[in-house]
Design a protein around this ligand. Structure first.
Ligand code: URA
Length: 194
């Protein structure tokens, strides 16, 4: 087992051992799984979403429902495969009714994401939606460059460590099919890093 895999498993064990919070109690009550992440443990490109939905929490796999189908199509449009990239979320347990994650939930789970980034050391982080964008931009000291996702999407932000590409969340395209074309065009920027 590679060192990265070993370190990522430690993260999984620590998330599993979290003591009661609303999201952990909900996970246990529903017989759900935490969703840690999936893909290449040495990936150059990491995708970060918001939080698991129903299908994800049932299976323990990120983006495996309707939003995941859209993400797969987007990856296919630039000839990328899930196994080439690493896909995760900020929040590792499903919020009830898919509500937005609360600030203290982001604060609880973000250190796990930070460690995943530290382990995998991606060259490019693709943020999916506003929560991931805000968190990652702040993490890399770009607080003052944060714009609404409607203007930030499809721009690349360079830092010393990583390039950040904010995209609209694929789930937004489930209800607004016009957005698919926008995300498809934005994701073309990744070709340069494949
Ligand atoms: N939405 C997310 O943000 N993450 C998932 O894993 C699934 C849906």
């Amino acid at each position: 087992m590679s060192q990265n895999t070993e370190h990522l498993r430690t993260i999984r064990d620590e998330v599993l051992a979290l003591t009661e919070t609303e999201l952990v109690s909900f996970r246990k009550k529903e017989g759900n799984f935490p969703v840690i992440g999936e893909g290449n443990h040495e990936a150059r490109i990491m995708f970060i979403g918001e939080a698991p939905g129903r299908n994800e929490a049932k299976t323990g796999r990120p983006f495996c429902g309707a939003a995941g189908k859209i993400l797969d199509d987007l990856l296919a449009s630039i000839e990328l495969n899930r196994k080439d990239v690493y896909i995760t979320n900020i929040v590792k347990d499903r919020p009830p009714n898919n509500r937005d994650p609360l600030p203290d939930e982001i604060a609880l789970y973000a250190p796990f994401l930070d460690r995943q980034i530290e382990i995998i050391k991606p060259e490019v982080i693709v943020t999916l939606g506003r929560y991931a964008m805000d968190y990652i931009m702040r993490k890399y000291g770009l607080d003052f460059e944060i714009e609404p996702i409607s203007t930030a999407h499809g721009k690349t932000y360079e830092t010393d460590e990583v390039t950040i590409l904010p995209l609209y969340h694929p789930a937004a395209a489930i209800y607004n099919r016009d957005l698919i074309d926008t995300i498809k065009s934005d994701i073309q920027l990744l070709k340069k890093y494949i």
